[in-house]
Design a protein around this ligand. Sequence first.
Ligand code: LP5
Ligand code: MN
Length: 238
Amino acid sequence: MVSYFIADLHLSDKRLDIVKAFVRFLQEQAIHADALYILGDLFDVWVGDDIKNQTSNIVATELKQLTDSGVCCYFIYGNRDFLLGSSFLKRCGMQRIQDQTIINLYGRKTMLLHGDILCTLDENYQKFRKTVHKKWLQWLFLHLPKSIRFHIAAKMRTKSQADNSQKADSIMDVTPDEVVKKFQQYQLDWMIHGHTHRPAIHSFPHSTQQRIVLGDWYEQRSILCVSECGIELQGDKL
Ligand code: LP5
Ligand code: MN
């Protein structure tokens, strides 16, 4: 049996080709799995479960079909879709799990996370994250009219894009010390995350520990396939 891990699909009506690729993955690969783990940023932006569009309807229908057929599907929030709520999770039959959840993955102690929390050198982002994760602020935001929510999200995206283009590569990536700290603190074998859009399998010298980074789906289908036989990070063209 096999478990699949994906992240950073950034699905939206603007890129229905990615939505199609995701549907194909669900119908052809995930359907045969033990479990599917979505490690954040499934959607390009999420500003409330009450907003329905072509993409969210397709995703809900297809994920429900998958979960109804017996495949467990787990979801960790990303920095773009942390407002995804319980009503959408229910429509999909998905279960939310916390960022930094530790699971036993075919005998390996594995931490699952979106990855943004590891980017500790990005102080502006960490401040932003702390603010938008305040429950009372999220409640207020979700009670605003849809048009205002779209407007604020668009402003945030514009500012984020402008800021990111000025940030050094090392700031946009995870902080190496932070990674080592997590491995030591929790005695991990594996860590799996996305967010940085730098797909790779990182090994540590003289150790069997590995950090697996999922890629985005802009040009490729970045899928991690884990079974008792080992791991494979796939990256087929869309
Ligand atoms: O996503 P990515 O990879 O491009 O960049 C991230 C970080 N940026 C973000 C911001 C998101 O893209 C915006 C998401 C909108 C979510 C929906 C609305 C929710 C509202 C909730 C209210 C309670 O996450 C980026 C990191 C990068 O990853 C790499 O780690 O660097 O961080 C930033 O860009 C942070 C900026 O430096 C600061 C963000 C400024 C936001 C300004 C707010 C303006 C509001 C205007 C209101 C009218
Ligand atoms: Mn992200």
